[in-house]
Design a binder for this molecule. Structure first.
Ligand SMILES: NC(=O)c1ccc[n+]([C@@H]2O[C@H](COP(=O)([O-])OP(=O)(O)OC[C@H]3O[C@@H](n4cnc5c(N)ncnc54)[C@H](O)[C@@H]3O)[C@@H](O)[C@H]2O)c1
Length: 288
């Protein structure tokens, strides 16, 4: 019987590497998908057989689509698991004030903010889910049509980081995507969940932070592994937003309904939305 196949993005380092290592130890053929060729290939080599590195820039759709195609073929036309984990902090600060010459273009228009963080942390996750669904539906493994998708959000997706407003927005987006798409995909056997880690010392954290950070506020990589195991061990778990802090995982619920009207809109009216949107979506189908 063929082995299950997993893709982990941003697996050259930190959380992604820990999850890829864990999946590999569980018997998954594991794809290390990372932009960094040096750390990515070293990570795949450290795992040994049944691991491969595919260089990918997830913020470039073509690059990510090519990686999924290669991974699917390498896995013997099979895909079972994807952890969309690659992430970066803010590349340009929203609060920044630039001198006139640097701030405006030749037409006198204010130059756009660099929103690379949104592309890597949110758009690439949505495209990753889009690609995952495509290949899972065509998978030739025994679990044909069944798969598990996990995304990495952050504590910043539940609270906020004033130093990184785009990072915060992107991570809230991942939480929203998980909650909206999780229950829908589950109907066909694809689960969608996300993790929201607190502070895990990795290459993402500025060295100045690592030097001064109190030990008692560190979350170990093993807590991320714990959450992944929870998703792996329960096929009905979907749409879950799991906060990771210290040694613990917390299943976080959506905010409370403000009143009965909001509750009705968010629950009972769903059948009306489904009916109305069925027509709208039918009209839009295939128009990209
Ligand atoms: N470390 C923490 O405290 C913490 C807390 C909350 C959330 N997170 C999230 O965890 C995820 C992993 O981060 P980490 O802490 O392990 O950091 P890390 O820097 O150790 O690892 C991130 C990896 O992603 C790769 N990457 C970056 N941009 C990429 C791109 N465009 N395409 C492909 N690969 C790319 C990097 O090369 C790197 O190997 C991120 O989404 C991050 O936002 C981290």
């Amino acid at each position: 019987m063929s082995k299950p196949v997993a893709i982990v993005t941003g697996a050259g380092s930190g959380i992604g590497l820990a999850i890829a290592t864990h999946l590999h130890s569980l018997g998954y053929r594991t794809v290390i998908a990372d932009m960094n060729a040096e750390s990515g290939s070293a990570a795949a080599a450290s795992l040994g057989p049944d691991a491969t590195f595919i260089q990918t820039d997830v913020s470039n759709y073509r690059s990510q689509a090519l990686m999924f195609k290669k991974a699917f073929e390498w896995g013997g036309n099979r895909l079972d698991f994807c952890h969309a984990n690659a992430g970066i902090d803010d590349r340009q600060l929203l609060y920044e004030d630039l001198a006139e010459e640097a701030a405006v273009d030749e037409e006198g228009l204010v130059k756009p903010l660099n929103t690379k963080t949104m592309s890597v942390n949110l758009e690439a996750v949505i495209q990753g889910l889009w690609l995952f669904k495509y290949y899972v539906r065509r998978s030739e493994g025994p679990g044909r049509g069944k798969g598990k998708f996990v995304a990495t959000s952050s504590s910043a997706g539940l609270y906020y980081m004033t130093t990184n407003p785009q990072y915060t927005a992107s991570k809230y987006g991942v939480v929203g995507l998980t909650r909206a798409a999780g229950p829908v995909f589950a109907k066909e056997g694809i689960t969608v969940n996300c993790i929201c880690p607190a502070f895990i010392p990795t290459n993402l954290c500025p060295p100045e932070m690592l030097e001064v950070w109190p030990k008692e506020h560190i979350t170990p990589l093993s807590t991320a592994v714990k959450a992944i195991d929870a998703f792996l061990n329960d096929d009905s778990m979907t749409g879950q937003v799991v906060e990771l802090s210290q040694e613990n995982i917390y299943f976080r619920q959506m905010v409370d309904w403000a009143n009965e009207s909001q509750k009705w809109i968010g629950t009972e009216s769903l059948a009306i939305w489904d009916k109305a949107y069925a027509k709208v979506h039918e009209k839009k189908k295939g128009t990209n």
